[in-house]
Design a protein around this ligand. Structure first.
Ligand code: PAF
Length: 282
């Protein structure tokens, strides 16, 4: 595996690979990798001639008072995991390399960014869309891989790529979970033992919501209330939002019909955790 710290080095290497006919797969990450990231890396390696991963804690997507400084980092361990997955190129730029001058240009996706994560973190998705657009411009991938755990992020990146006619296929990969259902996240490291024991309530609530839909419940508010009550019963969970929406547009659906996504976010102490599940209402 070759590690690149400059834009020029990664760009020229991948330009040469593409000129030789290679298909390039890209996995953007902020590091502190877990088995969910590894599944994206392995998929990128399996699907493409050349696989590249990026590891950059992007300051643009953190709001004031969020965990930018504390965000967990472990470059040597991450580099070993990326290499073990068979990835050919790792990009680890500094903030100065990515943003050498004040950033005056921002990519902002309207509509689907307004609710859920966007309501709680108003500048977050512009930061994500801007850095992902920049990484696409640097690496020129044919395919880019994102985890479904951040379901709204995948929708935002997909819409950004479509609206800007970027020649990249956005591939969403399934959430990887602990045996008790907790979705893997770099932020799980913030959980105390008690919070870790409480956190699977998110997945339990989403599973109960999905089971109700499968059993025939077609009222969004009934499904929402059912999930909210389960999370509210866990004293260590501070609920941010819970909802059931159209899986493609993230818009409200009432009555429930078609491909749906159940979404939840809650704070457990210092960790703000997200989860989601798909269900079909036929
Ligand atoms: O999901 C993440 O880790 C980040 O939001 C991403 C997509 C790498 C952009 O910084």
């Amino acid at each position: 595996m070759q590690t690149h710290t400059t834009i020029a080095s990664l760009r020229s290497t991948l330009d040469r690979a593409r000129a030789g006919g290679a298909r390039v797969g890209l996995v953007p990450t902020m590091g502190f990798l877990h088995a969910g990231h590894v599944s994206l890396l392995e998929r990128a390696v399996a699907d493409n001639d050349v696989a590249a991963a990026t590891l950059f804690v992007n300051p643009l997507q953190f709001g004031a008072g969020e965990d930018l400084a504390a965000y967990p980092r472990d470059l040597p361990r991450d580099a070993a995991l990326v290499a073990a997955a068979g990835v050919d190129h790792l990009f680890t730029p500094t903030v100065e390399e990515m943003y050498p001058t004040p950033v005056l240009t921002s990519v902002s996706v309207a509509g689907i960014t307004e609710r859920f994560e966007g309501a709680s973190r108003p500048t977050h998705f512009a930061g994500v869309a801007t850095v992902v657009a920049k990484l696409f411009a640097i690496a020129g991938p044919c395919r880019a891989y994102f985890g479904e755990k951040d379901f709204q992020q995948v929708a935002v990146v997909r819409r950004m790529a479509a609206d800007l006619s970027l020649p990249v296929e956005v591939v969403a990969c399934p959430t990887v979970r602990e045996p008790d259902g907790l979705a893997l996240s770099s932020r799980n490291v913030y959980l105390t033992a008690e919070e870790r024991a409480a956190a699977p309530v998110l997945h339990r609530a989403l599973s109960a919501g999905a089971a109700a839909v499968t059993a025939g419940e077609r009222s969004a508010s009934v499904v929402r209330d059912l999930m909210r009550d389960l999370i509210a019963a866990e004293p260590l969970a501070q609920l941010d939002y819970v909802d059931v929406v159209d899986a493609a547009t993230l818009a409200p659906v009432e009555p429930l019909v078609g491909a749906l996504r159940l979404l939840a976010a809650a704070r457990f102490g210092k960790a703000r955790l997200l989860d989601n599940l798909g269900v079909l209402a036929e």
